[in-house]
Write a protein that binds this ligand. Structure first.
Ligand code: 0WD
Length: 254
């Protein structure tokens, strides 16, 4: 029971295929107590049974990260429920469809701003707003992808957002290290989720990764979940500012 006594919040579960669900499940199996959030009413009903399944009960809160007042309300709810929390999972990204296929040069400023706001700035805002209720040795985790490091067909705008997210992890890690707070990212291999469905020719990405990764398999949310749980736990107490690949080794290939 590696997470026994740990309490946390998980943002970014859309359904049981979400990477955040894999992380939540692994944390629950290791004894953590959690709250989860939903984006809007469309997701609230779908998430109620998932919250039940994760042992969250009524600890299911709205949080659209583009609405600062919802982040403040989330902190108040978490403080009421838990007092302090030990971990935060930020598994959120969004880019308008025009940014995920076609010519990169045609991306509009509106699309760029939305992608950076929801996929990058939200990590800073969530961390800052929840900081007053973070315990000593708290751990913050976000999700990235190799398309933030090297060109991946169609990943386009999200690639730029992930590059910014990975540097955000490093600057946050340095800044918050003095408060005992760790900040890390997992760079996961491609997984078929709702968000992935928005990326042009995602099926080819899956096929390509499976064929070229040293382990010759695509990764699962259970595998990302276990690695995420490690980064949230005290097992990784000296790890911060890290971009940890959970990709079957794909990133080492030339
Ligand atoms: O191949 C993949 N699926 C990979 C995903 C490989 C590597 C990294 N990632 C990243 C994604 O970029 C994202 O950061 O993992 C994170 C989680 O993505 P996911 O699990 O693949 O996708 P999904 O199950 O769709 O969850 C992402 C959720 C949203 O779902 P939808 O389908 O509605 O986009 O992020 C949430 C929402 O629940 N989200 C928001 N939450 C709060 N406020 C917002 C928002 N404004 N926008 C999206």
């Amino acid at each position: 029971m590696i997470m026994k006594g740990k309490k946390g919040v998980i943002l970014g579960i859309a359904n049981k295929k979400s990477i955040a669900y894999g992380i939540a499940k692994a944390c629950q199996e290791q004894g953590a107590e959690m709250a989860i959030t939903f984006l809007n009413e469309r997701f609230e009903q779908k998430l109620a049974p998932i919250a039940e399944d994760l042992g969250c009960g009524a600890r299911l809160y709205p949080c659209d990260v583009s609405r600062p007042e919802e982040i403040t309300a989330l902190r108040e709810s978490l403080e009421k429920d838990f007092g302090q929390i030990d971990f935060v999972v930020h598994s959120i990204a969004f880019a308008p469809k025009e940014g995920l296929s076609g010519r990169f040069v045609d991306i509009s400023k509106e699309a760029f701003d939305v992608a950076m706001d929801i996929s990058v700035y939200s990590l800073i805002e969530i961390t800052r707003e929840l900081k007053p209720i973070l315990s000593d040795n708290a751990s913050v985790l976000t999700l990235s992808y190799y398309g933030g490091e090297k060109y991946i067909p169609n990943y386009n705008l999200m690639g730029v957002a992930k590059a910014a997210l990975e540097m955000t992890v490093k600057y946050l890690a340095e800044d918050l290290g003095r408060d005992g707070i760790r900040v890390n990212a997992i760079s996961a291999g491609p997984i078929k989720t709702l968000a992935a469905a928005g990326i042009g020719d995602f099926a080819f990405m899956l096929k390509w990764n499976k064929a070229h990764a040293p382990l010759k398999e695509n990764v699962t949310i259970e595998q990302v979940g276990n690695s995420g749980m490690y980064l949230l736990s005290d097992l990784s107490s000296a790890v911060t500012g890290e971009i940890h690949y959970v990709d079957g080794g794909y990133n080492i290939m030339g």
